[in-house]
Design a protein around this ligand. Structure first.
Ligand SMILES: [Zn+2]
Length: 281
């Protein structure tokens, strides 16, 4: 299990409640077809996927090895399989999230285990096992530090795909992988909102990394920034409580955090994580 530096309640539970509220896009219809595609996509990419009450491990490249010939996806990610490969291609592949975090964290970074679940069910991970009410996890995605997994609602990712194309589900999971990287590096934010801003910033960093490798059109960068703005916390304008365990950045803060990461890189994200006031400017 990863070393997790958290001085507050289980991060996955906090994230679970929060993302349930913020990641839901109520104007969208359920997208069962794309949800199935997402599940298939992650399976094809060799990641762990839930299979009822158990999960299967990824295959292909070892968690410590570099990419072998033929294991990397190249070119613009115009379809779902290609976009998901940004998340799942092994270290050594140009533009992949695994390449970026391996470069930053060395052997601490291993390929994550993704756990897909359907709304109404609990994911087959440690956080899901603790969920008293699985329905509360609907339309959700979160990093579970207890067993170092990232769980995602297939329904949520399907909705994102339908709303904005194949990269929007990816950038949401890049936010969760940012939480994971921060936990592995021991640099989680000093207050909840700072940690969330830091993860948004990390998603900007890895988006830039994919973009520089020729994996993304700029339109996906703009769509990602727009998505984070829409998902911003609108409850506490004028009375932000950065220490609220459910706090995320406001729309403007989420947009700024993502943009800072995209523009200025990882050092700017670490600074956001140390802001005790949870602000981004
Ligand atoms: Zn988060």
């Amino acid at each position: 299990m990863a070393t997790v530096v958290l001085n507050r309640r289980c991060a996955c539970q906090r994230d679970a409640r929060l993302v349930t509220r913020e990641m839901t896009l109520p104007v969208l219809r359920p997208a069962h077809r794309s949800a199935r595609l997402l599940a298939a996509g992650l399976a094809l990419c060799g990641c762990a996927v839930s299979t009822g009450t158990s999960s299967t491990s990824g295959t292909g490249t070892s968690t410590s090895g570099a990419a072998a010939a033929g294991q990397c996806t190249t070119g613009l990610a115009r379809d779902l399989d290609s976009a998901l490969a940004i998340l799942t291609d092994p270290p050594g592949c140009a533009g992949s999230v695994n390449s970026y975090w391996r470069e930053q964290l060395g052997e601490k970074w291993t390929r994550v285990r993704f756990i897909g679940y359907n709304d109404g069910e609990a994911p087959a991970d440690a956080c899901g096992a603790q969920a008293a009410n699985p329905a509360s996890l609907a339309d959700n995605a979160f990093y579970c530090p207890q067993d170092d997994t990232v769980a995602y609602s297939r329904n949520l990712l399907g909705q994102l795909y339908e709303a904005g194309g194949p990269y929007l589900p990816v950038v949401v999971l890049e936010h969760e992988l940012g939480h994971r990287a921060n936990a592995l590096a021991g640099v989680v934010g000093v207050v909840p909102r700072a940690e969330e801003n830091q993860a948004d910033c990390d998603a900007g960093v890895t988006t830039k990394y994919a973009r520089k490798a020729g994996r993304l059109p700029f339109s996906d960068v703009l769509a990602s920034a727009q998505l984070l703005y829409k998902l911003g916390d609108r409850r506490q304008f004028g009375k932000e409580q950065a220490t609220d365990p459910n706090a995320h950045g406001t729309p403007g803060q989420r947009l700024v955090a993502f943009t800072k990461g995209y523009t200025f890189g990882l050092s700017s994200c670490r600074k956001l994580g140390q802001r005790t006031d949870g602000r981004t400017i």
